[in-house]
Design a protein around this ligand. Structure first.
Ligand SMILES: [Fe+2]
Ligand SMILES: [Fe+2]
Length: 214
């Protein structure tokens, strides 16, 4: 699944392999695997890719751990999305899209007992670096700026974690084979990310390096 994945940093794989075996992660990955194996496998790849980007950008060990946990758990809430929606190949209805978007808030709730509380604060931002951010949009964020402790106003560490997971998540979706299409080419991935990723463009250059020998 990710054995041949090209990585930017030699230590990423070892770090990831130790993290993913921890019981606090396994107990959340099991239900995801039972519900939708493809989402489970995608979560593992996004976990490894996010850790790799973290290493490549010099994140220190404590932040790297939080990032790794959050990336592995980023779609935890998809256990609440019916399989028929997750498996949908074509267009989804607006109602189904609403249910799908709900996976972020559900994941936030399901991770309430996670030993590291920063994990869910970082995770909750993983769809907020695109043209159509959710669950918090720019308007909501501006309205709540008064309260700095509010989870809707992540600190710089949480914001960065959300941004790295976002690009790893988008890359993985574009680069993976789907039942209705082959993986996209590096040029196609570059074009889509340039249009849709609203974060630091340096991450785009870095993730494209994953393409070379995959
Ligand atoms: Fe997601
Ligand atoms: Fe995802």
């Amino acid at each position: 699944m990710y054995g041949t994945m090209r990585l930017l940093h030699p230590e990423s794989r070892g770090f990831y392999e130790a993290l993913v075996m921890e019981e606090c992660i396994q107990r959340h990955l099991r239900p995801l695997h039972l519900h939708h194996p493809e989402t489970h496998d995608h979560s593992l790849r996004v976990g490894l890719r996010a850790i790799d980007l973290g290493y490549a950008n010099g994140l220190e060990g404590r932040v790297l751990r939080t990032l790794g946990y959050a990336a592995l758990m980023h779609d935890r809430g998809k256990t609440g999305v019916p399989r028929y929606i997750l498996a949908r190949e074509g267009e989804v209805t607006e109602e189904e899209m609403e249910i799908m978007r709900g996976h972020v808030r559900l994941g936030f709730m399901l991770l309430s007992d996670f030993p590291n509380p920063k994990v869910r604060v970082g995770m909750v931002g993983h769809h907020e670096h695109t043209n159509h951010p959710y669950p918090r949009n720019g308007k909501e964020r501006r309205q709540t700026i008064r309260n700095k402790s509010d989870r809707r106003n992540p600190d710089e560490e949480a914001r960065r974690i959300g941004e790295i997971i976002a690009i790893a998540d988008m890359f993985d979706a574009l680069h993976s084979k789907r039942c209705y299409r082959e993986p996209l080419s590096p040029d196609e991935i570059a074009k889509i990310l340039a249009k849709q990723f609203k974060g630091d463009p340096q991450y785009i250059d870095q993730v494209l390096q994953w393409c070379e020998r995959n």
